[in-house]
Write a protein that binds this ligand. Structure first.
Ligand code: GLP
Length: 243
């Protein structure tokens, strides 16, 4: 794993956006895996800027989001569909037919997960998967204990995850379940970009990067992937001894 540290959040976000822009330019039909949460918001803003000011063209790019709350309509502002529209899809020239987020309502969950896996397979897999990290080490919505071979499925969220995400969004309620790509699905991406910022992530980043590889810290499983770049701001890297 390559660990890159930046002096602040904006620099980390700009570097992450540059990496994505490079892959979009290099690949003829790029397939990106995308994440939600507060961490990638700056990266999405920078991608929108690169589109508007430097002509970064998303028209040939396909995207797959990691997860969606179970039971939320895409028009619900708490949903990840909404988040993606707000932060990226409405700001760049992605083809709506090529942007995919698991459907969290009005579908049979197992059939939806199977459909999602097939879609990823049909386009030849994910070239670059962006990940944030939860306070308990989750990636996507793969909570501690998740099977390293898991595929896209309906998952129960840890109470801590629901509480943290409600607090961040100043929300009164969130579903206790979600559809999430599995660890196995994520690990099949050709390249992974893990992002974390802020001092609050320092301890879980230390455990994920330097601790033992265990399903109790899902992000630690990334140590077994051959092509991971981890971008951190200085506060998140505080407990790593990179000397
Ligand atoms: C959610 C998402 C994760 C994300 C995590 C961290 O639970 N499902 O994909 O990585 O939050 O969020 P944040 O970036 O806000 O810390």
């Amino acid at each position: 794993m390559r660990v890159l540290t930046y002096s602040n959040y904006d620099e980390m976000s700009a570097a992450a956006a540059r990496m994505i822009a490079t892959r979009i330019a290099e690949l003829s039909e790029p397939v990106l895996g995308l994440a939600t949460g507060s961490t990638p918001i700056g990266m999405y803003s920078e991608l929108a800027r690169l589109h508007n000011e430097e002509g970064l063209d998303f028209s040939g790019t396909t995207t797959f989001n990691l997860d969606e709350y179970w039971g939320l309509d895409p028009d619900d502002p708490r949903s990840y569909h909404w988040f993606m529209k707000e932060h990226l899809f409405s700001r760049v020239n992605l083809d709506p037919a090529k942007t995919h987020v698991p459907r969290g309502i009005g579908v049979d969950p197992d059939a939806e997960c199977e459909r999602y896996e097939k879609l990823i397979e049909e386009v030849g897999g994910i070239d670059l998967q962006v990940l944030g990290i939860g306070m308990n080490g989750h990636i996507g919505f793969n909570e501690p204990g998740s099977d390293p071979n898991s595929r896209t499925r309906l998952v129960r969220l840890a109470q801590q995850t629901v509480d943290v995400n409600m607090a961040k969004g100043a929300l009164d309620s969130l579903p206790g379940h979600a559809l999430s790509m599995g660890i196995g699905t994520i690990m099949e991406a050709k390249e992974i970009l893990l992002l974390a910022n802020g001092q609050g992530k320092a301890e879980i980043i230390r455990r994920a990067l330097l601790g033992s590889v265990t399903r109790d810290v899902p992000a630690s499983l990334l140590q077994t992937h051959s092509n991971v770049v981890c971008m951190l701001d200085e506060p998140a890297a505080k407990l790593l001894d990179l000397s």
